[in-house]
Write a protein that binds this ligand. Structure first.
Ligand SMILES: Cc1cc2nc3c(=O)[nH]c(=O)nc-3n(C[C@H](O)[C@H](O)[C@H](O)COP(=O)(O)O)c2cc1C
Length: 208
């Protein structure tokens, strides 16, 4: 994976979080846990790029988020939807979800993340705050909490962004230029398409 700057993230984070979901992962090389999340956001505050994830206190992941200084948010292609469904429906208290989902853990900045992800945000926990229903201006928000299990929100300074697609696309950008010199009749679009097919093939081979 290639490291890019937070401002270089090309993907729409609202689409990623809401529709594609993410894995929130914390722990250390001895023990870590992951869970699926589709609520959260990223932005800029306190002179730092940040990502915020919200975790209900009954989640097993909560204990890891409390204990560790860093955590990761990982985003995946659609082919990993089943893995995300598993990590969003089973608890790490009951099964080894990481093994069951077939994902490969790696570590950076002491945070666990998954090698299969297309985008990884490595975050350092810099603030927590508990969702306080007395501050809901729109009373409808409380309907999200029939069990009154208000989330704890974790603000993480984004320390590192790892991006698989950019690496593949980046290497094909230079290929594109050299191919274009030799084969000027090839369109950039067809070379880009070939690059993406090769990116998929690369990920497939990496998994198998
Ligand atoms: C699409 C989806 C989104 C979810 N979003 C969140 C979330 O933002 N916060 C949260 O606390 N739980 C969320 N969950 C629920 C947890 O992923 C789920 O309860 C999981 O089993 C917790 O695992 P754990 O006990 O191993 O931490 C979501 C589940 C799914 C399927």
């Amino acid at each position: 994976m290639k490291e890019i700057k937070p401002v270089e993230i090309k993907e729409n984070l609202i689409d990623l979080i809401k529709n594609q979901w993410m894995l929130v992962t914390a722990g250390n090389t001895e023990a870590c846990n992951t869970m699926t999340a589709s609520w959260g956001f990223a932005g800029y505050i306190w002179n730092r790029p940040v990502a915020v994830t919200v975790v209900r206190p009954q989640r097993y992941t909560y204990q890891f988020m409390e204990k560790e200084d860093t955590f990761s948010l990982c985003f995946f292609d659609e082919e990993y939807r089943d893995a995300l469904k598993l990590c969003g429906s089973k608890s790490g208290r009951d099964i080894d979800k990481i093994q069951a989902s077939g994902l490969s853990v790696n570590y950076t900045e002491a945070a666990p993340y998954f090698e299969e992800a297309k985008l990884v945000l490595i975050c350092r926990k810099i603030a927590v705050s508990d969702i306080d229903p007395s501050q809901f201006i729109d009373a409808d928000i409380d309907k999200n909490y029939p069990n009154k299990d208000y989330h704890r929100s974790y603000t993480g300074e984004i320390l590192k962004v790892l991006n698989l697609i950019n690496l593949i696309k980046g290497s094909f950008k230079s290929l594109n230029q050299s191919v274009k010199l030799k084969l000027p009749f090839y369109s950039s679009a067809s070379i880009e398409k070939a690059a993406l097919v090769t990116a998929d093939d690369y990920r497939y081979k990496k998994r198998s």
